[in-house]
Design a protein around this ligand. Structure first.
Ligand SMILES: [Fe+2]
Length: 270
């Protein structure tokens, strides 16, 4: 698992050596640990930073409420629904899959728990991915963007600037609550921008989120009111592309479209 894997691709006439390690950084690992496995109980991960570390862009009060109340509520709902469903014994094979397996097969979840589960799995995962790719940046310095990420932006959006413009436009246009994501499209092996409404997670549509902005008002109302544009500008100051790349590597390390991870797939027997 510790081996470095080289992936060679040619797009737009440019050769790119894609390199990744299966050992993500500790911070990303803390946030994503266990998500790919079955669990009796899914906890809200401890944040690898303090609530006031994101000042002056995110205020400590909002961060604390977002983590301790909103994310916790989603996790509590998830664990409650899973417990009830599993105790029922209905569709027990599906009930034993990891969360990613369940949401990709949500229409086979018994109707009694389906909508609660769709929302709570999404809400749980969405907040983890949202928090995983941010890091403190009190002086608002430019963040490092690796050659790998630059190549992926070129491959997928022509360049990073185009990607960020598209992301901003999509974020401003999203009506009401939801998220905008940078996702990996597994079978196509490129990145794209994806919108999810309410608490739907991109994995439901077979996408793998590697960066996402939470556009629910609980993310920004206290500091920015209805000025979503200012909130988006501030969020960019906290986006840590090194972490984004590590999340990308994390997905690579157990790609559900790799046949050896077939347990994430559903077949008609479920
Ligand atoms: Fe949120």
């Amino acid at each position: 698992m510790g081996a470095t894997i080289l992936f060679l691709t040619v797009v737009f006439g440019v050769s790119m050596v894609y390199s990744y390690s299966s050992a993500p950084s500790m911070h990303v690992d803390i946030m994503l640990s266990g998500l790919n496995r079955y669990s009796e109980h899914y906890p809200v991960p401890r944040l690898p930073y303090k609530y006031d570390d994101f000042e002056p862009y995110f205020d400590a009060k909002t961060m604390e409420a977002h983590h301790k109340q909103v994310a916790e509520q989603r996790a509590s709902q998830l664990n409650r629904v899973l417990k009830e469903w599993r105790a029922s014994g209905e569709n027990a094979t599906l009930a034993k899959l990891p969360l990613f397996g369940m949401i990709q097969n949500i229409n086979k979840v018994p109707a009694k728990w389906r909508e609660d589960l769709r929302n709570s799995i999404g809400g749980y995962l969405n907040h983890i991915f949202f928090f995983a790719t941010l890091s403190p940046n009190p002086k608002g310095e430019e963040r490092n963007v690796s050659d790998v990420m630059k190549s992926l932006f070129m491959r997928s959006f022509v360049n990073q600037t185009n990607f960020e413009k598209m992301f901003n436009k999509t974020s401003l246009e999203l009506f009401s609550n939801g998220y905008v994501w940078l996702v990996r499209v597994p079978k196509k092996r490129y990145l794209t921008v994806y919108t999810s409404h309410t608490e739907i997670n991109p994995v439901s549509a077979g996408m793998q989120p590697i960066l996402g902005i939470d556009l629910w008002e609980h993310s920004y109302w206290t500091k920015y009111g209805n000025n979503r544009e200012e909130y988006i500008r501030s969020w960019w100051k906290l986006v840590d592309y090194d972490k984004v790349e590590k999340v990308l590597n994390w997905w690579w390390s157990f790609d559900p479209y790799d046949p050896k991870h077939h347990e994430w797939h559903y077949d008609d027997d479920l």
